[in-house]
Design a protein around this ligand. Structure first.
Ligand SMILES: Cc1cc2nc3c(=O)[nH]c(=O)nc-3n(C[C@H](O)[C@H](O)[C@H](O)COP(=O)(O)OP(=O)(O)OC[C@H]3O[C@@H](n4cnc5c(N)ncnc54)[C@H](O)[C@@H]3O)c2cc1C
Length: 383
C-alpha cells in the first residue's frame, strides 16, 4: 500500500538480499536506528521444519487457526523468536508477516565532523541525540576519520584543496510528517553538536557527492552504500566482524581493538582491517561496529585469512561483543571463544534436535555437526 513502510529497509548488501535472509541474520539495515532490526518488525513466520514429515508451522497470532496474523505475542510462547537470527539452522522460512507503519514523507540528512578523534565525545553525542531527538532520527551513523580519508582517496573528482579531517563524521538521517517538526529536529541536532563539531559536506572530499541541502531519499543510495565504498573485489574477500556493543563501551572497544591489532601485527597474523568502517546506532543504547578484515580467497592464502578472521572474532566475543550474522566463521568463533555455558549448549542442541532431528540444516554453523558431538572440544584456549 502507498504511504506505508516496514521502517527498516534492509541491509547495505543490496537489492539481492531477501526477507528470509534478513530475519535469519537479524539484519540491521537502513532505518534500524529508529525501527530496530529486521526481526523486530516481524510478527510471525511460516516455517518448514527439516524433519522427515516436513512439518509446516505458523507462529505469532497466525498459530491460532481462527486469527489473522496481526500480532506476535500471545497465543503461545514466542516461537517466532526461535527462528529469528537462527541463520537457517532451525527451519526454512517460507512466509513472514511484517509490521507496517505510516511512512513520514519529509526526510533529510545532516553531516557533522567532530573537532577531535574522541570516541568518548562521540558516545556522549549519540546518547544525547537518541534521548532528545529519538523519534526524528531514522539513521545515526558515525564514520571514523580514517574511513573519510579513504573515501577521499577513492573520490571520483577530488576538490582542488583538501579539507582537514579532524575526527569522525556524524551522519544523521531525520524524518517527520510535518515541516515544522522536521525544522525543530534539525535545530535540536545543530544545538547538541554545535560546540564540538562543524557541519561537514561529503563534497569536501568528492565533488560528485550531493550537498546535504539537496538530499533526496533514495533507496539506491542505501543499497549501494557498501558496494560503492568498502566491498572488495575477488580474489579479495571481506572477512566481516560486525558486532553489537553498548554505546558506553565504544571507546574501550576501540582501545582493545587497537591493542589486539598491534599484537597480531607483531605475530605476523593480522591482515588489513579497521576497528570500524562505520558505527551504526540501534534503538536501545547499543550500536553495531561494522568492520572486518580483507583476506585473499586463493590457495595458499585462504587459511591465513580464516585464522586471522576467527582470531579477531574470538577477541571481540571475549570483550563482550555480540555478533549477529552468524555464518560458519562467525558462529564457530563464538563457540571457540567459550562464550556459551554448558547448560546453554545442551538447551541449544535439544531444541535443534526437536526441529531438525538429523541435524540436516547448516551442520557447520556453531560447530554443531550432530547431537552426540561435544562442541566444547572446539574451544580455543590460551590466546
Ligand atoms: C557488501 C555487504 C554488505 C552488507 N551489509 C549488511 C548490513 O548493512 N546489515 C546487515 O545486517 N548485514 C549486512 N550484510 C550481511 C547480509 O548480506 C545481510 O545480513 C542480509 O540481510 C542477508 O540476507 P540474504 O537474503 O542475502 O541472506 P543470505 O546471505 O542468503 O542468508 C543469510 C542467512 O540466512 C539463512 N537464510 C536465508 N534465507 C532463509 C530462509 N528463507 N529460511 C531460513 N534461513 C534462511 C541462510 O542460511 C544464511 O545463514 C552485508 C553483506 C555484504 C556482502
Amino acid at each position: 500500500k502507498k504511504g506505508l513502510t516496514t521502517g527498516v529497509l534492509g541491509p547495505g548488501s543490496g537489492y539481492s538480499a531477501t526477507i528470509g535472509g534478513g530475519l535469519s541474520n537479524s539484519t540491521a539495515g537502513f532505518g534500524s536506528t529508529k525501527y530496530g532490526l529486521v526481526p523486530e518488525i516481524c510478527i510471525g513466520v511460516e516455517v518448514v521444519l527439516p524433519n522427515p514429515q516436513g512439518t509446516i508451522l505458523r507462529t505469532g497470532a497466525a498459530a491460532n487457526r481462527y486469527a489473522q496474523p496481526f500480532c506476535r505475542y500471545g497465543v503461545a510462547p514466542d516461537f517466532t523468536g526461535l527462528f529469528m537470527g537462527d541463520v537457517g539452522t532451525m527451519g526454512i522460512k517460507t512466509k513472514a508477516f511484517l509490521k507496517l507503519s505510516p511512512d513520514p514523507p519529509l526526510k533529510t540528512r545532516r553531516d557533522y565532523m567532530l573537532h577531535k578523534d574522541d570516541y568518548n565525545k562521540a558516545t556522549e553525542f549519540i546518547h544525547k541525540l537518541q534521548k532528545e531527538v529519538k523519534d526524528g532520527i531514522t539513521d545515526l551513523m558515525v564514520v571514523p576519520s580514517i574511513v573519510i580519508d579513504l573515501k577521499g582517496l577513492m573520490a571520483k573528482e577530488r576538490p582542488p584543496k583538501k579539507s582537514e579531517i579532524t575526527g569522525p563524521v556524524f551522519q544523521v538521517g531525520l524524518e517527520a510528517f510535518d515541516q515544522r517538526i522536521l525544522d525543530v529536529y534539525i535545530e535540536r541536532v545543530d544545538e547538541i553538536l554545535k560546540n564540538d563539531t562543524r557541519p561537514f559536506e561529503m563534497q569536501e572530499i568528492d565533488l560528485t557527492e550531493p550537498l546535504t541541502k539537496d538530499f533526496k531519499f533514495n533507496l539506491k543510495y542505501a543499497f549501494n552504500y557498501f558496494n560503492q565504498y568498502i566491498s572488495p573485489a575477488p580474489p579479495s574477500i571481506a572477512c566481516t566482524t560486525c558486532h553489537k556493543i553498548p554505546i558506553t563501551h565504544i571507546a574501550e572497544a576501540k582501545k582493545l581493538s587497537d591493542e589486539f591489532e598491534k599484537i597480531q601485527k607483531q605475530k605476523g597474523t593480522e591482515l588489513t582491517g579497521a576497528f570500524a568502517t562505520v558505527i551504526f546506532t540501534l534503538p536501545n543504547g547499543h550500536c553495531v561496529i561494522v568492520g572486518g578484515l580483507i583476506g585473499d580467497n586463493v590457495d595458499g592464502k585462504r587459511q591465513k585469512a580464516m585464522n586471522a578472521w576467527h582470531a579477531r572474532l574470538r577477541h571481540q566475543v571475549r570483550y563482550g561483543g555480540v555478533h549477529y550474522w552468524l555464518g560458519e566463521a562467525i558462529s564457530q568463533s563464538i563457540v571457540e571463544a567459550d562464550a556459551f555455558t554448558p547448560e546453554f549448549i545442551q538447551f541449544f542442541k535439544d531444541i535443534k534436535k526437536t526441529v531438525d532431528p538429523n541435524f540436516l540444516l547448516s551442520p557447520k554453523k556453531f560447530h554443531m555437526y550432530n547431537y552426540e558431538d561435544d562442541i566444547t572440544k572446539y574451544i580455543v584456549k590460551d590466546e
